[in-house]
Write a protein of this length. Structure first.
Length: 99
């Protein structure tokens, strides 16, 4: 993963409401949630929630699956795992040099 993609992902998680939405979707698992369900669980107003979902989706953290008039939002676990691996890939690298 390059720095630009990582920066976009971490920036998308950089607000409390977006992080709350993402955590709500993570808790929901692979089945995901409809916008109304996310709103009910988070208490975020619908107009604001739409903005946050769009921001998270543009960063690749959320996948919105449209089936007719229904849109199911899911956490993009693969991308989240890549972000975690990116931030931890150099963990403790300097310890080898000081020993």
């Amino acid at each position: 993963m390059d720095h630009t993609i990582a920066t976009q992902g971490f920036a998308a998680m950089g607000s409390e409401p977006r992080l709350q939405v993402l955590q709500t979707l993570i808790k929901a698992g692979d089945s995901g949630l409809l916008v109304g369900e996310i709103q009910q669980r988070t208490g975020i107003p619908a107009s604001t929630l739409a903005h946050h979902l769009k921001f998270l989706a543009s960063a690749g953290l959320v996948i919105a699956d449209k089936n007719g008039r229904t849109i199911t939002n899911r956490a993009n676990y693969e991308h989240l795992q890549q972000l975690a691996a990116f931030i931890l890939e150099e963990c403790c690298a300097d310890m080898d040099q000081t020993a």
